[in-house]
Design a protein. Structure first.
Length: 156
């Protein structure tokens, strides 16, 4: 199970005990916000893309949408999301639980600047009914991110 993969990865930082396993689904931003009792924008959703053979994850605020022009400028490629059936095989986590923790070797993680307006955010932890509250500094440390990118726009 990918929640166990995320838990084992987060254990090295001593925060595996902070993972919240929920009674209801947190597979979408709306469901996660309702289950956690927080604003949708504070859900740190992880979007998975392919660029040729590369697999990249972009962690963004719940109210952010990929801006194709910004994405192409950053990655020199059109935004091509992984297909539902490819996500677990290529990232290590199933759709609804994709997160930057315990990903497969070679997966690149980027954090979108849409997250910087919050003190804490709630990324998933490998399942469609899990989350962890992290400060932005903790997210940086635990995600193994390569760099901050500005590839999203927020939707009002």
């Amino acid at each position: 199970m990918s929640i166990e993969r995320a838990r084992a990865y987060l254990k090295q930082f001593g925060v595996d005990g902070r993972i919240k396993e929920l009674d209801e689904s947190s597979a979408t931003v709306e469901l996660a916000a309702a289950a956690l009792g927080v604003e949708e924008q504070r859900i740190a959703k992880t979007l998975s893309f392919s660029i040729g053979e590369r697999v990249i994850l972009i962690v963004a605020a719940g109210d952010a949408r990929v801006d194709n022009k910004k994405y192409k400028a950053e990655f020199s490629s059109k935004a091509k999301m992984l297909k539902w059936e490819e996500a677990e095989e290529k990232t290590g986590h199933a759709p609804g639980g994709v997160c930057p923790f315990g990903v497969k070797e070679g997966v690149e993680v980027y954090l979108d600047t849409s997250l910087k307006r919050f003190e804490t955010v709630f990324p998933a932890c490998g399942s469609s009914a899990s989350a962890i509250e992290l400060s932005i500094e903790e997210l940086e440390k635990f995600s193994g991110y390569l760099k901050w990118v500005d590839v999203c726009k927020t939707v009002e």
